[in-house]
Design a protein around this ligand. Sequence first.
Ligand SMILES: NC(=O)c1ccc[n+]([C@@H]2O[C@H](COP(=O)([O-])OP(=O)(O)OC[C@H]3O[C@@H](n4cnc5c(N)ncnc54)[C@H](O)[C@@H]3O)[C@@H](O)[C@H]2O)c1
Length: 287
Amino acid sequence: MPKPPEKGQVVLVTGAAGGIGAAIAELAIARGHRVLLTDVDEEAVLARAHTLGGRAAAHALDIRSPADWNTAFDAARARFGAVDVLVNNAGITHTGTARDLRPQQHRDIVEINLLGTITGVCTAIERMTAQGHGHVINVCSMTSFLPLPGYATYGATKHALRAFHHSVAIEERDGPLDFTIVHPPSTRTGMLDQEMADPSSAIAFAEKSYAPERIAEAVVDAMTAKPVEVVFPPFAGRFQRAVGVFPRLMRRVIPLVEAKGLRERERLRAAQGIPAAGNRRTSQKGS
Ligand SMILES: NC(=O)c1ccc[n+]([C@@H]2O[C@H](COP(=O)([O-])OP(=O)(O)OC[C@H]3O[C@@H](n4cnc5c(N)ncnc54)[C@H](O)[C@@H]3O)[C@@H](O)[C@H]2O)c1
């Protein structure tokens, strides 16, 4: 079966009501693709798609639900044709140390970030193999290389997602599918706002954050270039990966980076007129 042209592909994006997913949808449409924006928040994703013109449509999709995945793929096919590219972007975090999160919060993070994404990848493998082509792009995180305080379960899901992604890509190497994984650093979305409100996630502020449009550029570029893996920033990202390989080094370096993040968070809060208070991690031993 012939491959579709590089431009004008049919793209399904999850978590597209806001943040990085909305930016991916907007840029993909600007580059001539047709996009089914999906999200668990149906009202918000409908409103977002409404602003993007005739090459956009919206559909409710809770990525935890296998039935939702099937109806979303069917909806894309009915509106634009078979899905050429799946962008698995939806994800959540609950800020707080592992000891402070409720059991259900740990479960939510795993069920959405890991099991939901796995369900999407498996749905795509079945459908795209049957049609003879397809590209799965998983939006993961730099925390998949480096365990960070304040991100225990979140980082665990991203480590696991990276392992799943590459295992599947190797399993499917003789099939017709392409696989790309993209690792954003701190990105200015609702997720970062959530982290700003909680000092236990201050390490997110140790480095400069990116605009969601910058991450979208990498993801939409990947639809044609099909890289195996994209890290941010290209140089410092490599350093972070290296630190993650050496546990003793990691134990020494990360508290220093976290202290820098706490200072930077305080500076940003002051710039926003937020009073300085509670700038300590809530669950530090002995505090
Ligand atoms: N913002 C960052 O700093 C950052 C850094 C690294 C990686 N990421 C990753 O990028 C992706 C997008 O994050 P973001 O910052 O745009 O987050 P965001 O919170 O701005 O947007 C996430 C979207 O996912 C949707 N969503 C939540 N649960 C869902 C579910 N069960 N099914 C379908 N949709 C669901 C939300 O409604 C929301 O529209 C996530 O996978 C996140 O882990 C973000």
